[in-house]
Write a protein that binds this ligand. Structure first.
Ligand code: BYC
Length: 335
């Protein structure tokens, strides 16, 4: 196995050559495991790029969950009934929990939560474009549940089979909760559409008009402009491509819109018998990149809210560390 060390005749430091031969064997084992549909655990060897890709995706996902608390949290104090307030509180808390599972999954890859959050606060890390749009009326809350969580589930169910096991396990729990989120949003809109006043129905339609296109952007750029898809799929991190997921979302949502009695704001939405799918209009990718690059309607506000929460929470972190230190000092010293 180590004969290459002799081939180099001492030109390479021995341990470096040995490591590279060893790494090649490890890489072969890793690739074979991935090809067999196997899972990678935190303690397993993995190529550095695989680790980096996962830290990127999982941390962006975690950031999206905690930034995603903001547009809906904005409505907790203004929910129209006690029941809706309790549901919304539970949902927003769930999103915080999702962020925590995901930060924990990212930490298993060797990057600390402080580093991940510093990247968010400095504007270096991305989070989902969708959370840079404002929630103008109560119907936006139902629409986020129906469409945003609906798109999230479509994207996240395949991640339950992600090759990195700690991420896959976190996603199983998250998807169960997301299903409840989607149903409560749909239910809230259905009540307004079936029993509401004309003004309430118009409010729902207006919210759907504003959220539809940004939701289609959530799945990311078209496959032929998505630099990470091919490798992500090769590694079993991504199981289904951006365009395929977007199409599945459109197909499922058109039927739900009929039940609700709302119109989707796309004159090009047409059933295509040959493809067995709904055709839809052109997405404004300039808008998408503008939002991703920090210039959406609420980017600055969202980031400022996260930074403020971090700064105002400093005393909690300090108290928790002081408590942990005290506990450690109280432990009897080993003889
Ligand atoms: N927004 O090569 P691509 C939720 C970036 S949580 C911003 O296709 P990839 C919820 C992408 O990161 C929703 N950026 O990338 C929470 C990449 O940039 P970098 C979040 C986006 O990774 C609370 C570049 O564009 N879900 O729904 O193969 C309440 C090129 O893209 C977006 C997840 O994070 C975007 N929409 O595919 C309610 C799921 N799209 O990093 C709901 C996990 C793309 O190279 N993530 N970009 O600088 C994924 O599945 C994948 O990362 C994506 C992108 C499909 C999002």
């Amino acid at each position: 196995m180590y004969t290459q060390a002799m081939d180099t005749q001492g030109k390479e430091p021995e341990d470096k050559t040995l490591r590279s031969v060893e790494e090649r064997a490890l890489l072969q084992r890793f690739d074979a495991n991935i090809d067999d549909g196997g899972f990678i655990e935190a303690k397993d060897w993995m190529p550095e790029n695989y680790r980096r890709t996962l830290v990127r995706q999982i941390s962006q996902h975690a950031h999206s969950e905690i930034v995603g608390m903001l547009p809906e949290g904005n409505w907790i104090s203004r929910a129209p009934t006690l029941k809706r307030k309790a549901i919304l509180l539970a949902k927003v808390q769930d999103e915080g929990g999702h962020g925590l599972y995901l930060y924990a999954a990212a930490e298993t890859l060797g990057t600390s939560r402080d580093e991940l959050l510093a990247a968010l606060h400095s504007g270096k890390a991305k989070y989902s474009s969708i959370f840079n749009y404002p929630t103008l009326t109560w119907a936006d809350v139902g629409t986020i549940g129906w469409l945003v969580d609906g798109a999230a589930i479509m994207n996240q169910v395949p991640i339950c089979r992600c090759s990195y096991a700690p991420y896959a396990r976190a996603m199983i729990r998250i998807c169960r909760e997301e299903s409840f989120h989607q149903r409560q949003g749909f239910d809230s809109l259905l009540v307004m559409m079936q029993n509401g006043t004309e003004a309430q129905k118009a409010m729902v339609q207006d919210a759907v008009n504003r959220w539809w296109w940004p939701c289609l952007m959530m799945f990311g750029p078209p496959d032929d402009q998505s630099p990470n898809t091919a490798q992500g799929m090769r590694w079993g991190i991504k199981r289904v491509s951006n365009d395929e997921l977007r199409q599945k979302f459109v197909d499922a949502t058109v039927e739900q819109a009929k039940v609700l009695g709302v119109t989707l704001p796309d004159p090009d939405l047409k059933w295509n018998e040959e493809r067995g799918h709904w055709d839809f209009g052109t997405i404004d990718w300039d808008e998408f990149w503008n939002v991703v690059n920090g210039n959406g309607p609420c980017n600055r506000e969202r980031l400022a809210a996260r930074v403020k929460a971090w700064e105002e929470g400093a005393w909690v972190r300090e108290a928790a560390l002081a408590h942990a230190d005290k506990q450690a000092q109280r432990q009897p010293k080993a003889a």
